[in-house]
Design a protein around this ligand. Structure first.
Ligand code: ZN
Length: 153
């Protein structure tokens, strides 16, 4: 796992002060930033593939936001996966690559949504296109919205 601030890689969460920031970086933050950093990233819980969010009313739609990642398969990964195709079954090397790429596209979409002031994303979809041999574009998109909790619940 990597620190969100400095990008340094650590072997376990033991080195982290929060979910995303390492102890070294956290110590350098101002008290306000430290407080903000301790808040869990709320957006991730507020994304859905549906067009409604249970327990919340959609106050405003801010339009579609997207995250696009274009990734080529590494030579090593391709050779490994070719061997796996011969053996059969789930091609884990590609599965992992797809998962990581999707997660990156998702994060990018969430960032854009936060930039425009949304606090939730609805109708989240993924799309992947092979734009040329070995180069895949992964698109993640959704509708950025502002929601408020239902008073009835
Ligand atoms: Zn750090």
């Amino acid at each position: 796992m990597n620190c969100y601030k400095c990008g340094k890689e650590y072997p376990s969460s033991h080195y982290f002060k929060t979910k995303t920031i390492c102890r070294d970086c956290f110590a350098k933050l101002s008290p306000e930033e430290q407080l903000a950093a301790k808040q869990p990233p709320k957006m991730h819980a507020m994304t859905t593939t549906a067009f409604t969010l249970d327990g919340y009313t959609i106050e405003k739609s801010l339009g579609v936001v997207r995250g696009i990642i274009v990734r080529s398969r590494s030579v090593f990964g391709t050779i490994g996966a070719s061997l796996q195709t011969l053996v059969g079954g789930n091609i884990t090397l590609f599965t992992e690559l797809c998962e990581a790429t999707r997660a990156d596209a998702f994060d990018m979409m969430v960032e854009h949504a936060e930039e425009i002031g949304a606090n939730a994303l609805i109708g989240v979809r993924y799309d992947a296109t092979e734009i040329m041999q070995g180069v895949t574009e992964v698109l993640c998109y959704g509708t950025a919205v502002i929601v408020t909790p239902d008073k009835k619940v």
